[in-house]
Design a protein around this ligand. Structure first.
Ligand code: ATP
Ligand code: MG
Ligand code: MG
Ligand code: MG
Length: 439
């Protein structure tokens, strides 16, 4: 992409309404524009990152054997009356009436809708286990939408639902989700710690939230610092293996890590004092096992091996896809701007031409651009007639992990400069060597 032809409405001034760094940088880098309180348009750069995050979520869900579909944003109130949640959900639910006077709502979550799909099409235990998920917009009329996409009213969520014959099978699905989430967040360059949590309006016994530690997080968390040493890495995992998934579950949850709702001071004090941590975190996901709560209320039964109808055991599992952009920036930035982890960066590398209009510099940049594209990378070439300082500031703000700087002086010696956004270190090398380094 050539910056002169792109749409990147960078702001010079720091927007006064933004209280936290991720919100400020997302506005300044031209990633989002507020349409109404808690509702955003995703401008090209923000949209690109959102899509990359979605892609990682899809890949990891499919790797775990979960099946994508797409349910609508608008739902019928009648379904929610069946589960009893239509009245319970309260003012966070946006209620709408159509021209025929039928009550509808903009979905804040999808347990009812997915249970309805399940009960219409699945009738035998032989069709289990089954986990279906989608990535779809949600609406919750939050009292205090704030911090940009972190607490929006309209936001993008991955929500998945497992259907199993027994509690044991459903707990395997729970563990499978935990493992797939660990992999998902790590691929985004994030450490998200599973913490024992409270189930809230979804209901249920077993639940963990995934928290990214950050001073600006809205949750208070208590944990043993040893949990921050755990990483999943690139371990091979057999998602069908009950033991393997349970083993990872134990490894990542046996140490104390809880949100304030389930915090237990006595248990916390059993941790050696130097390892006790009280901090703040951003909730980027949550997994639930809630048994037969919805299947019983809504008649989602299958014929069991004994021929008798049995309500299925269910769980639901969510990832805050749009919130993740904010969480990643909170965890990875400096005073010049965003520092994207490689896994989610909107462009892999920026090319800065120090002397636009100089035939040699222009030619070298175009050559680099082509070579990078041919190598399967997605470069952003700043080909504007601007001062070098302005071009560097834009690249630093939008946070691409690598920058290649091209100027007549270097080219005389046959070199360009490759700079890492994270370390700030630069190295001179031949253009071909820079491309080879990035592939
Ligand atoms: P919170 O405690 O932040 O209000 P929640 O517990 O109500 O979130 P869940 O029902 O667990 O949210 O939804 C799954 C995920 O969706 C959350 O873990 C979070 O990452 C994301 N999410 C929830 N509400 C919002 C929101 N208003 N804006 C952006 N993302 C959200
Ligand atoms: Mg909430
Ligand atoms: Mg919560
Ligand atoms: Mg939650």
């Amino acid at each position: 992409m050539r910056l002169s032809r792109y749409f990147l409405p960078v702001l010079k001034e720091t927007p006064s309404e933004a209280q936290i760094v991720s919100h400020r940088y997302m506005l300044r880098a031209g990633m989002i524009k507020q349409a109404q309180a808690g509702i955003y348009s995703w401008l090209p750069l923000g949209f690109k990152v959102l899509k990359r995050i979605e892609q990682i979520v899809h890949e990891e869900q499919e790797r775990a054997g979960h099946i994508p579909l797409l349910m609508p944003t608008l739902q019928s109130a009648d379904l929610w009356r069946e589960s009893g949640r239509y009245d319970d959900y309260g003012e966070e639910m946006l209620r709408i009436t159509d021209r025929h006077g039928r009550d509808m709502l903009y979905g804040p979550t999808n347990e009812e809708l997915i249970t309805d799909i399940f009960r219409s099409h699945v009738s035998s235990y032989k069709d289990l286990p089954l986990t279906l998920y989608h990535i779809q917009w949600k609406f919750r009329d939050e009292v205090r939408p704030r911090f940009g996409v972190m607490r929006g009213r309209e936001f993008l969520m991955k929500d998945g639902y497992n259907f199993d014959l027994t509690k044991e099978a459903a707990l395997h699905a729970y563990n499978r989700h935990l493992v797939s989430y660990l992999r998902t967040y790590e691929r985004m360059g994030l450490q998200a710690i599973p913490m024992r949590a409270d189930s809230g309006p979804i209901g249920g016994d077993d639940t963990h939230e995934f928290l990214v530690l950050a001073d600006t997080g809205e949750s208070e968390v208590f944990y043993d610092s040893a949990v921050t040493d755990l990483t999943f890495g690139d371990r091979a995992i057999d998602y069908d293996s009950v033991e393997e998934c349970a083993g990872i579950m134990r490894e990542f949850t046996e140490k104390y890590a809880r949100t304030d709702e389930t915090h237990d001071e006595a248990k916390f004090n059993e941790i050696p004092e130097e390892r006790r941590r009280v901090a703040r975190g951003i909730e980027v996901g949550q997994i639930f096992y809630f048994g037969t709560k919805y299947s019983e209320a809504m008649g989602a039964t299958v014929q069991g091996p004994d021929g008798k109808p049995t309500p299925v055991h269910m769980g639901s599992h969510g990832i805050g896809v749009s919130r993740l952009l904010g969480a990643i920036i909170e965890a990875s930035h400096d005073d010049k701007g965003i520092i994207w982890p490689e896994g989610v960066t909107p462009f892999h590398v920026g090319i800065v031409n120090l002397k636009q209009g100089d035939a040699e510099a222009d030619g070298a940049c175009e050559g680099l651009e082509t070579a990078l594209i041919n190598a399967g990378l997605d470069p952003l070439y700043d080909d504007r007639k601007e001062r070098a300082g302005g071009k560097f500031a834009t690249m630093d703000l939008i946070g691409l992990p690598w920058r290649i700087t091209v100027g007549p002086r270097g080219l005389k010696n046959g070199v360009v400069e490759l700079t890492s956004r994270r370390t700030g270190e630069s190295e001179e090398m031949a253009p071909e060597a820079a491309v080879a380094r990035l592939v």
